[in-house]
Design a protein around this ligand. Structure first.
Ligand SMILES: NC(=O)c1ccc[n+]([C@@H]2O[C@H](COP(=O)([O-])OP(=O)(O)OC[C@H]3O[C@@H](n4cnc5c(N)ncnc54)[C@H](O)[C@@H]3O)[C@@H](O)[C@H]2O)c1
Ligand SMILES: N[C@H](CO)Cc1c[nH]c[nH+]1
Ligand SMILES: [Zn+2]
Length: 424
Protein backbone atom coordinates (compact mmCIF):
# COMPACT_ATOMS: atom_id res chain seq x y z
CA UNK A 1 0.00 0.00 0.00
CA UNK A 2 1.62 3.24 -1.10
CA UNK A 3 2.30 6.16 1.23
CA UNK A 4 1.54 9.50 -0.44
CA UNK A 5 1.71 13.18 0.45
CA UNK A 6 -1.25 15.49 1.00
CA UNK A 7 -0.80 17.18 -2.40
CA UNK A 8 -1.13 13.82 -4.17
CA UNK A 9 -4.66 13.19 -2.87
CA UNK A 10 -6.25 14.51 -6.06
CA UNK A 11 -4.96 11.39 -7.81
CA UNK A 12 -7.21 9.29 -5.54
CA UNK A 13 -10.42 11.05 -6.51
CA UNK A 14 -12.72 9.22 -8.88
CA UNK A 15 -15.69 10.41 -10.78
CA UNK A 16 -18.81 8.31 -11.28
CA UNK A 17 -18.05 5.46 -13.66
CA UNK A 18 -19.41 6.27 -17.13
CA UNK A 19 -18.31 2.86 -18.50
CA UNK A 20 -16.56 2.41 -21.83
CA UNK A 21 -18.18 3.28 -25.16
CA UNK A 22 -18.57 -0.45 -25.78
CA UNK A 23 -20.28 -1.04 -22.42
CA UNK A 24 -22.65 1.89 -22.95
CA UNK A 25 -23.61 0.65 -26.40
CA UNK A 26 -24.08 -2.88 -25.13
CA UNK A 27 -26.37 -1.69 -22.30
CA UNK A 28 -28.48 0.41 -24.72
CA UNK A 29 -28.89 -2.61 -26.97
CA UNK A 30 -29.87 -4.90 -24.07
CA UNK A 31 -32.49 -2.41 -22.87
CA UNK A 32 -33.92 -1.92 -26.36
CA UNK A 33 -34.21 -5.65 -26.96
CA UNK A 34 -35.85 -6.32 -23.60
CA UNK A 35 -38.33 -3.50 -24.37
CA UNK A 36 -39.30 -4.98 -27.71
CA UNK A 37 -38.95 -8.72 -27.10
CA UNK A 38 -39.72 -9.05 -23.38
CA UNK A 39 -39.16 -12.51 -21.89
CA UNK A 40 -37.39 -13.85 -24.99
CA UNK A 41 -34.66 -11.21 -24.70
CA UNK A 42 -34.36 -11.71 -20.93
CA UNK A 43 -33.81 -15.44 -21.50
CA UNK A 44 -31.27 -14.81 -24.26
CA UNK A 45 -29.18 -12.37 -22.21
CA UNK A 46 -29.29 -14.59 -19.14
CA UNK A 47 -27.90 -17.43 -21.26
CA UNK A 48 -25.23 -15.15 -22.70
CA UNK A 49 -24.04 -13.37 -19.56
CA UNK A 50 -24.91 -15.75 -16.72
CA UNK A 51 -24.37 -18.97 -18.65
CA UNK A 52 -27.68 -20.50 -17.65
CA UNK A 53 -30.82 -21.30 -19.60
CA UNK A 54 -34.02 -20.74 -17.65
CA UNK A 55 -37.54 -21.56 -18.79
CA UNK A 56 -39.03 -20.25 -15.57
CA UNK A 57 -37.29 -17.15 -14.20
CA UNK A 58 -39.68 -16.29 -11.39
CA UNK A 59 -38.56 -17.95 -8.15
CA UNK A 60 -41.19 -20.41 -6.90
CA UNK A 61 -42.48 -20.80 -3.37
CA UNK A 62 -40.87 -24.25 -3.27
CA UNK A 63 -37.47 -22.78 -4.09
CA UNK A 64 -37.85 -20.26 -1.27
CA UNK A 65 -38.89 -22.99 1.19
CA UNK A 66 -36.06 -25.24 0.05
CA UNK A 67 -33.56 -22.41 0.65
CA UNK A 68 -35.03 -21.83 4.12
CA UNK A 69 -34.67 -25.51 4.99
CA UNK A 70 -31.07 -25.59 3.76
CA UNK A 71 -29.66 -22.88 6.02
CA UNK A 72 -28.55 -23.13 9.60
CA UNK A 73 -31.05 -22.04 12.27
CA UNK A 74 -28.38 -19.92 13.93
CA UNK A 75 -27.88 -17.97 10.66
CA UNK A 76 -31.63 -17.33 10.45
CA UNK A 77 -31.54 -15.95 14.02
CA UNK A 78 -28.68 -13.59 13.13
CA UNK A 79 -30.51 -12.46 10.00
CA UNK A 80 -33.69 -11.83 12.00
CA UNK A 81 -31.85 -9.76 14.61
CA UNK A 82 -30.10 -7.70 11.92
CA UNK A 83 -33.42 -7.13 10.12
CA UNK A 84 -35.03 -5.94 13.36
CA UNK A 85 -32.19 -3.45 13.95
CA UNK A 86 -32.41 -2.15 10.39
CA UNK A 87 -36.20 -1.78 10.63
CA UNK A 88 -35.96 0.08 13.96
CA UNK A 89 -33.46 2.55 12.49
CA UNK A 90 -35.50 3.17 9.34
CA UNK A 91 -38.74 3.65 11.28
CA UNK A 92 -37.13 6.76 12.75
CA UNK A 93 -36.83 8.17 9.21
CA UNK A 94 -40.57 8.18 8.57
CA UNK A 95 -41.99 11.59 7.84
CA UNK A 96 -45.65 12.52 7.96
CA UNK A 97 -47.94 14.51 5.74
CA UNK A 98 -48.58 17.97 7.20
CA UNK A 99 -51.31 20.60 6.76
CA UNK A 100 -51.32 24.20 7.94
CA UNK A 101 -54.50 26.26 8.32
CA UNK A 102 -54.12 30.05 7.97
CA UNK A 103 -56.28 32.65 9.69
CA UNK A 104 -58.19 33.25 6.41
CA UNK A 105 -59.24 29.57 6.38
CA UNK A 106 -56.88 28.39 3.63
CA UNK A 107 -55.17 25.07 4.13
CA UNK A 108 -51.72 24.42 2.68
CA UNK A 109 -49.74 21.26 3.11
CA UNK A 110 -47.70 18.35 1.90
CA UNK A 111 -49.12 14.86 1.39
CA UNK A 112 -46.67 11.94 1.51
CA UNK A 113 -47.46 8.84 -0.55
CA UNK A 114 -45.32 5.74 -1.15
CA UNK A 115 -44.56 4.69 -4.72
CA UNK A 116 -46.87 1.89 -5.88
CA UNK A 117 -44.15 -0.56 -6.86
CA UNK A 118 -40.43 -0.76 -6.13
CA UNK A 119 -37.87 -2.94 -7.88
CA UNK A 120 -34.90 -4.02 -5.79
CA UNK A 121 -31.68 -5.11 -7.49
CA UNK A 122 -29.68 -7.53 -5.34
CA UNK A 123 -26.19 -8.00 -6.80
CA UNK A 124 -24.94 -11.49 -7.51
CA UNK A 125 -21.79 -12.16 -9.46
CA UNK A 126 -18.77 -12.71 -7.25
CA UNK A 127 -20.57 -12.67 -3.88
CA UNK A 128 -24.06 -13.14 -2.38
CA UNK A 129 -25.64 -10.20 -0.58
CA UNK A 130 -28.50 -11.12 1.82
CA UNK A 131 -27.64 -7.88 3.63
CA UNK A 132 -28.50 -5.85 0.51
CA UNK A 133 -31.96 -7.48 0.52
CA UNK A 134 -32.54 -5.99 3.97
CA UNK A 135 -31.03 -2.60 3.15
CA UNK A 136 -33.30 -2.09 0.13
CA UNK A 137 -36.50 -3.88 1.09
CA UNK A 138 -36.85 -2.63 4.67
CA UNK A 139 -36.94 1.11 3.86
CA UNK A 140 -39.45 0.35 1.09
CA UNK A 141 -41.65 -1.55 3.55
CA UNK A 142 -41.37 1.17 6.19
CA UNK A 143 -42.40 3.70 3.52
CA UNK A 144 -45.52 1.61 2.86
CA UNK A 145 -44.73 0.41 -0.70
CA UNK A 146 -47.40 -2.13 -1.67
CA UNK A 147 -45.53 -4.14 -4.30
CA UNK A 148 -41.86 -4.99 -3.87
CA UNK A 149 -40.17 -6.94 -6.65
CA UNK A 150 -36.69 -8.39 -6.24
CA UNK A 151 -34.32 -9.28 -9.08
CA UNK A 152 -30.97 -11.02 -8.70
CA UNK A 153 -28.72 -12.94 -11.09
CA UNK A 154 -28.93 -16.74 -11.07
CA UNK A 155 -25.80 -18.73 -10.28
CA UNK A 156 -24.38 -21.25 -12.76
CA UNK A 157 -26.71 -23.86 -11.21
CA UNK A 158 -29.71 -21.68 -12.09
CA UNK A 159 -30.37 -20.97 -8.40
CA UNK A 160 -30.42 -17.85 -6.25
CA UNK A 161 -28.08 -18.10 -3.20
CA UNK A 162 -30.03 -19.51 -0.24
CA UNK A 163 -29.14 -16.57 2.05
CA UNK A 164 -30.72 -14.11 -0.39
CA UNK A 165 -33.97 -16.11 -0.56
CA UNK A 166 -34.07 -16.60 3.21
CA UNK A 167 -33.66 -12.85 3.76
CA UNK A 168 -36.50 -12.23 1.31
CA UNK A 169 -38.70 -14.78 3.07
CA UNK A 170 -38.02 -13.23 6.47
CA UNK A 171 -39.28 -9.91 5.10
CA UNK A 172 -42.26 -11.46 3.29
CA UNK A 173 -41.03 -10.65 -0.23
CA UNK A 174 -42.44 -13.23 -2.65
CA UNK A 175 -42.08 -11.71 -6.13
CA UNK A 176 -38.50 -12.60 -7.03
CA UNK A 177 -36.95 -13.05 -10.49
CA UNK A 178 -33.69 -14.71 -11.46
CA UNK A 179 -32.27 -12.06 -13.70
CA UNK A 180 -29.28 -9.75 -13.34
CA UNK A 181 -27.37 -7.01 -15.12
CA UNK A 182 -28.87 -4.51 -17.56
CA UNK A 183 -31.58 -6.99 -18.63
CA UNK A 184 -32.93 -7.01 -15.07
CA UNK A 185 -33.07 -3.21 -14.92
CA UNK A 186 -34.81 -3.07 -18.33
CA UNK A 187 -37.38 -5.67 -17.25
CA UNK A 188 -38.13 -3.68 -14.08
CA UNK A 189 -38.38 -0.38 -15.94
CA UNK A 190 -40.47 -1.47 -18.92
CA UNK A 191 -42.02 -4.77 -17.87
CA UNK A 192 -42.25 -8.03 -19.83
CA UNK A 193 -45.05 -10.59 -20.35
CA UNK A 194 -44.38 -11.96 -16.87
CA UNK A 195 -43.04 -8.99 -14.90
CA UNK A 196 -45.12 -5.83 -14.49
CA UNK A 197 -43.02 -2.63 -14.57
CA UNK A 198 -42.21 -0.80 -11.32
CA UNK A 199 -41.97 2.91 -10.50
CA UNK A 200 -38.66 3.05 -8.64
CA UNK A 201 -35.50 0.95 -8.94
CA UNK A 202 -32.94 0.78 -6.15
CA UNK A 203 -29.90 -1.28 -5.28
CA UNK A 204 -26.22 -1.47 -6.11
CA UNK A 205 -24.57 -3.45 -8.90
CA UNK A 206 -21.70 -3.56 -11.37
CA UNK A 207 -21.07 -1.16 -14.25
CA UNK A 208 -23.78 -2.76 -16.45
CA UNK A 209 -26.37 -2.31 -13.73
CA UNK A 210 -25.24 1.28 -13.11
CA UNK A 211 -25.32 2.23 -16.79
CA UNK A 212 -28.73 0.63 -17.23
CA UNK A 213 -30.14 2.55 -14.25
CA UNK A 214 -28.81 5.77 -15.74
CA UNK A 215 -30.40 4.87 -19.08
CA UNK A 216 -33.93 4.12 -17.73
CA UNK A 217 -33.96 7.10 -15.34
CA UNK A 218 -36.81 9.39 -16.27
CA UNK A 219 -39.12 6.55 -17.29
CA UNK A 220 -38.75 5.32 -13.71
CA UNK A 221 -36.96 6.81 -10.74
CA UNK A 222 -33.68 5.39 -9.42
CA UNK A 223 -31.90 5.77 -6.10
CA UNK A 224 -28.32 6.57 -7.13
CA UNK A 225 -25.45 5.26 -9.23
CA UNK A 226 -23.46 3.29 -6.67
CA UNK A 227 -19.84 2.66 -7.65
CA UNK A 228 -17.34 0.26 -6.08
CA UNK A 229 -17.14 0.32 -2.28
CA UNK A 230 -14.84 2.81 -0.55
CA UNK A 231 -13.43 3.38 2.90
CA UNK A 232 -11.42 6.25 4.36
CA UNK A 233 -10.03 6.03 7.88
CA UNK A 234 -9.00 9.13 9.82
CA UNK A 235 -6.76 7.89 12.61
CA UNK A 236 -4.12 9.09 15.08
CA UNK A 237 -1.70 7.47 17.51
CA UNK A 238 -4.57 6.11 19.60
CA UNK A 239 -5.56 3.70 16.78
CA UNK A 240 -4.19 0.17 16.45
CA UNK A 241 -2.53 -0.60 13.14
CA UNK A 242 -3.87 -4.17 12.97
CA UNK A 243 -7.46 -2.99 13.37
CA UNK A 244 -7.22 -0.13 10.88
CA UNK A 245 -5.62 -2.48 8.33
CA UNK A 246 -8.40 -5.04 8.78
CA UNK A 247 -11.06 -2.38 8.21
CA UNK A 248 -9.33 -1.10 5.06
CA UNK A 249 -9.19 -4.65 3.70
CA UNK A 250 -12.88 -5.23 4.48
CA UNK A 251 -13.84 -2.90 1.66
CA UNK A 252 -10.95 -3.83 -0.64
CA UNK A 253 -12.37 -7.34 -0.87
CA UNK A 254 -15.59 -6.13 -2.54
CA UNK A 255 -14.15 -5.25 -5.92
CA UNK A 256 -10.78 -4.84 -7.66
CA UNK A 257 -11.81 -1.19 -8.06
CA UNK A 258 -12.77 -0.60 -4.41
CA UNK A 259 -10.73 2.06 -2.67
CA UNK A 260 -9.22 2.08 0.83
CA UNK A 261 -7.42 5.14 2.20
CA UNK A 262 -5.86 5.90 5.57
CA UNK A 263 -5.41 9.58 6.46
CA UNK A 264 -3.22 10.12 9.50
CA UNK A 265 -0.94 12.51 11.29
CA UNK A 266 1.06 9.63 12.74
CA UNK A 267 4.05 8.27 10.79
CA UNK A 268 4.21 5.31 13.15
CA UNK A 269 0.58 4.36 12.47
CA UNK A 270 1.17 4.76 8.72
CA UNK A 271 4.06 2.27 8.83
CA UNK A 272 2.16 -0.17 11.11
CA UNK A 273 -0.90 -0.14 8.85
CA UNK A 274 1.21 -0.55 5.72
CA UNK A 275 2.88 -3.63 7.20
CA UNK A 276 -0.37 -5.07 8.60
CA UNK A 277 -2.24 -4.65 5.29
CA UNK A 278 0.42 -6.68 3.51
CA UNK A 279 0.53 -9.38 6.17
CA UNK A 280 -3.24 -9.72 6.48
CA UNK A 281 -4.11 -9.76 2.81
CA UNK A 282 -1.91 -12.80 2.14
CA UNK A 283 -4.39 -14.98 4.02
CA UNK A 284 -7.63 -13.60 2.57
CA UNK A 285 -9.69 -15.93 0.35
CA UNK A 286 -10.41 -13.08 -2.12
CA UNK A 287 -6.67 -12.31 -2.33
CA UNK A 288 -6.60 -11.48 -6.05
CA UNK A 289 -9.39 -8.88 -5.76
CA UNK A 290 -7.90 -7.41 -2.57
CA UNK A 291 -4.40 -7.19 -4.05
CA UNK A 292 -5.58 -5.41 -7.18
CA UNK A 293 -7.74 -3.03 -5.14
CA UNK A 294 -4.96 -2.15 -2.67
CA UNK A 295 -2.34 -1.73 -5.40
CA UNK A 296 -4.48 0.47 -7.64
CA UNK A 297 -6.82 2.26 -5.23
CA UNK A 298 -5.22 1.93 -1.78
CA UNK A 299 -3.18 4.71 -0.16
CA UNK A 300 -1.92 6.11 3.11
CA UNK A 301 -1.83 9.90 3.31
CA UNK A 302 0.42 11.47 5.94
CA UNK A 303 -0.68 14.96 6.97
CA UNK A 304 1.17 17.59 9.00
CA UNK A 305 -1.70 18.28 11.37
CA UNK A 306 -5.35 17.45 12.19
CA UNK A 307 -6.72 20.39 10.22
CA UNK A 308 -4.99 19.20 7.07
CA UNK A 309 -6.14 15.62 7.73
CA UNK A 310 -9.79 16.65 8.03
CA UNK A 311 -9.61 18.77 4.91
CA UNK A 312 -8.20 15.70 3.09
CA UNK A 313 -11.10 13.61 4.38
CA UNK A 314 -13.57 16.21 3.08
CA UNK A 315 -11.86 16.24 -0.27
CA UNK A 316 -12.14 12.45 -0.59
CA UNK A 317 -15.85 12.49 0.49
CA UNK A 318 -15.77 8.73 1.04
CA UNK A 319 -18.68 6.31 1.11
CA UNK A 320 -17.56 5.08 4.56
CA UNK A 321 -15.48 7.14 6.96
CA UNK A 322 -14.04 5.71 10.16
CA UNK A 323 -12.73 8.18 12.76
CA UNK A 324 -10.38 6.45 15.16
CA UNK A 325 -8.86 9.37 17.05
CA UNK A 326 -8.67 10.65 20.60
CA UNK A 327 -11.86 12.72 20.22
CA UNK A 328 -13.86 11.22 17.36
CA UNK A 329 -17.03 13.23 18.00
CA UNK A 330 -15.08 16.48 18.06
CA UNK A 331 -13.44 15.56 14.73
CA UNK A 332 -16.76 14.47 13.22
CA UNK A 333 -18.14 17.95 13.78
CA UNK A 334 -15.62 19.22 11.21
CA UNK A 335 -16.38 16.52 8.63
CA UNK A 336 -18.63 17.80 5.86
CA UNK A 337 -18.75 14.96 3.36
CA UNK A 338 -19.09 11.21 4.01
CA UNK A 339 -21.81 8.63 3.29
CA UNK A 340 -21.65 6.97 6.72
CA UNK A 341 -19.43 7.89 9.65
CA UNK A 342 -18.15 5.26 12.08
CA UNK A 343 -16.80 6.60 15.36
CA UNK A 344 -14.29 5.09 17.76
CA UNK A 345 -12.32 1.86 17.89
CA UNK A 346 -15.29 -0.50 18.11
CA UNK A 347 -17.28 0.83 15.13
CA UNK A 348 -15.60 -1.31 12.51
CA UNK A 349 -17.16 -0.77 9.06
CA UNK A 350 -18.81 -4.21 8.80
CA UNK A 351 -20.86 -3.32 11.91
CA UNK A 352 -22.73 -0.98 9.57
CA UNK A 353 -22.72 -3.30 6.55
CA UNK A 354 -24.69 -5.95 8.40
CA UNK A 355 -26.12 -5.14 11.74
CA UNK A 356 -26.23 -1.73 13.44
CA UNK A 357 -29.26 -0.41 11.54
CA UNK A 358 -28.26 2.46 9.20
CA UNK A 359 -28.38 1.71 5.47
CA UNK A 360 -25.31 0.35 3.68
CA UNK A 361 -26.37 1.66 0.26
CA UNK A 362 -24.38 4.89 0.31
CA UNK A 363 -23.11 7.57 -2.05
CA UNK A 364 -19.76 6.68 -3.65
CA UNK A 365 -17.20 8.35 -5.96
CA UNK A 366 -17.31 11.66 -4.09
CA UNK A 367 -21.10 12.01 -4.48
CA UNK A 368 -21.41 12.28 -0.68
CA UNK A 369 -20.77 15.97 -1.45
CA UNK A 370 -24.41 16.20 -2.48
CA UNK A 371 -26.27 12.95 -1.81
CA UNK A 372 -27.36 10.78 1.09
CA UNK A 373 -27.70 7.13 2.10
CA UNK A 374 -30.66 5.12 0.76
CA UNK A 375 -33.57 5.77 3.09
CA UNK A 376 -37.34 5.67 3.54
CA UNK A 377 -37.44 9.01 1.66
CA UNK A 378 -36.36 7.20 -1.51
CA UNK A 379 -39.61 5.24 -1.58
CA UNK A 380 -42.06 8.10 -1.03
CA UNK A 381 -42.98 11.16 -2.95
CA UNK A 382 -44.64 14.38 -1.91
CA UNK A 383 -47.69 16.14 -3.28
CA UNK A 384 -48.33 19.77 -2.44
CA UNK A 385 -51.82 20.49 -1.15
CA UNK A 386 -53.64 23.83 -1.67
CA UNK A 387 -57.15 24.50 -0.40
CA UNK A 388 -57.71 28.25 -0.81
CA UNK A 389 -60.61 29.86 1.01
CA UNK A 390 -63.03 32.42 -0.49
CA UNK A 391 -61.57 35.00 1.87
CA UNK A 392 -58.05 34.33 0.62
CA UNK A 393 -59.04 34.56 -3.05
CA UNK A 394 -60.91 37.80 -2.31
CA UNK A 395 -57.76 39.23 -0.76
CA UNK A 396 -55.20 37.97 -3.25
CA UNK A 397 -57.12 37.26 -6.49
CA UNK A 398 -56.27 40.56 -8.18
CA UNK A 399 -52.57 40.16 -7.39
CA UNK A 400 -52.55 36.64 -8.87
CA UNK A 401 -54.31 37.82 -12.06
CA UNK A 402 -51.85 40.70 -12.40
CA UNK A 403 -48.92 38.33 -11.96
CA UNK A 404 -50.34 36.09 -14.71
CA UNK A 405 -50.69 39.04 -17.12
CA UNK A 406 -47.13 40.04 -16.32
CA UNK A 407 -46.13 36.64 -17.71
CA UNK A 408 -48.45 37.21 -20.68
CA UNK A 409 -50.72 34.34 -19.67
CA UNK A 410 -54.26 35.70 -20.08
CA UNK A 411 -56.04 32.36 -19.53
CA UNK A 412 -54.39 32.08 -16.13
CA UNK A 413 -55.64 35.55 -15.17
CA UNK A 414 -59.18 34.79 -16.34
CA UNK A 415 -59.28 31.49 -14.42
CA UNK A 416 -58.91 33.60 -11.30
CA UNK A 417 -61.22 36.41 -12.39
CA UNK A 418 -64.04 34.11 -13.46
CA UNK A 419 -64.56 33.57 -9.72
CA UNK A 420 -64.77 37.33 -9.11
CA UNK A 421 -68.54 37.15 -8.78
CA UNK A 422 -68.03 34.92 -5.79
CA UNK A 423 -65.61 37.22 -4.01
CA UNK A 424 -67.25 40.62 -4.65
N1 LIG B 1 -22.85 -0.16 -2.51
C1 LIG B 1 -23.38 -1.24 -1.95
O1 LIG B 1 -24.16 -1.15 -1.04
C2 LIG B 1 -23.01 -2.58 -2.47
C3 LIG B 1 -23.48 -3.73 -1.86
C4 LIG B 1 -23.17 -4.93 -2.42
C5 LIG B 1 -22.41 -4.98 -3.58
N2 LIG B 1 -21.95 -3.84 -4.13
C6 LIG B 1 -21.18 -3.81 -5.36
O2 LIG B 1 -21.99 -4.38 -6.39
C7 LIG B 1 -21.15 -4.91 -7.39
C8 LIG B 1 -21.65 -6.30 -7.75
O3 LIG B 1 -21.12 -6.63 -8.99
P1 LIG B 1 -21.18 -8.09 -9.60
O4 LIG B 1 -20.63 -8.06 -10.96
O5 LIG B 1 -20.54 -9.00 -8.60
O6 LIG B 1 -22.74 -8.47 -9.62
P2 LIG B 1 -23.98 -7.79 -10.40
O7 LIG B 1 -25.17 -8.51 -9.95
O8 LIG B 1 -23.95 -6.33 -10.26
O9 LIG B 1 -23.73 -8.11 -11.94
C9 LIG B 1 -23.86 -9.39 -12.47
C10 LIG B 1 -24.57 -9.29 -13.80
O10 LIG B 1 -23.80 -8.53 -14.72
C11 LIG B 1 -24.14 -8.94 -16.02
N3 LIG B 1 -22.93 -8.96 -16.87
C12 LIG B 1 -21.76 -9.56 -16.59
N4 LIG B 1 -20.90 -9.40 -17.63
C13 LIG B 1 -21.56 -8.70 -18.57
C14 LIG B 1 -21.23 -8.21 -19.88
N5 LIG B 1 -20.03 -8.41 -20.40
N6 LIG B 1 -22.15 -7.51 -20.57
C15 LIG B 1 -23.38 -7.28 -20.04
N7 LIG B 1 -23.75 -7.72 -18.81
C16 LIG B 1 -22.85 -8.42 -18.10
C17 LIG B 1 -24.68 -10.34 -15.93
O11 LIG B 1 -25.94 -10.38 -16.50
C18 LIG B 1 -24.78 -10.64 -14.45
O12 LIG B 1 -26.06 -11.11 -14.13
C19 LIG B 1 -19.74 -4.88 -6.82
O13 LIG B 1 -19.05 -3.80 -7.39
C20 LIG B 1 -19.93 -4.64 -5.33
O14 LIG B 1 -18.89 -3.93 -4.72
C21 LIG B 1 -22.24 -2.64 -3.61
N1 LIG C 1 -19.84 -2.38 2.08
C1 LIG C 1 -20.87 -2.53 1.07
C2 LIG C 1 -21.30 -1.14 0.63
O1 LIG C 1 -20.27 -0.43 0.12
C3 LIG C 1 -22.09 -3.26 1.53
C4 LIG C 1 -21.89 -4.69 1.89
C5 LIG C 1 -22.73 -5.73 1.69
N2 LIG C 1 -22.17 -6.82 2.25
C6 LIG C 1 -21.03 -6.47 2.77
N3 LIG C 1 -20.84 -5.19 2.54
ZN1 LIG D 1 -18.96 -4.25 2.75
Amino acid sequence: MKIIQRNEVTSLKRSVDQGTEEQRESVKKIIQEVRTEGNTAVKRFTELFDGVSLDQWQVTEDEIDEAYESVDGEFVKILSEAAANIRKFHEKQQSNSWFHTSEDGSILGQKITPVDAAGIYVPGGTAAYPSSVFMNVIPAQVAGVERIVMVTPPGKDGKVPAGVLVSAKLLGVTEIYKVGGAQAIAALAYGTESLTAVDKITGPGNVFVALAKREVFGDVDIDMIAGPSEIAVLADDTARGEEVAADLLSQAEHDARSSSVLVTTSEKLAKDVQQAVHNQMETLPRYEIVKASIEDYGAIVICDNKKEAISTINEIAAEHLEIVTENPFEDMAKVKHAGAIFLGPYSSEPVGDYFAGPNHVLPTSGTARFSSPLSVDDFVKKSSVISYSGQALREHGDKIAQFARLEGLEAHARAIETRKGRWE
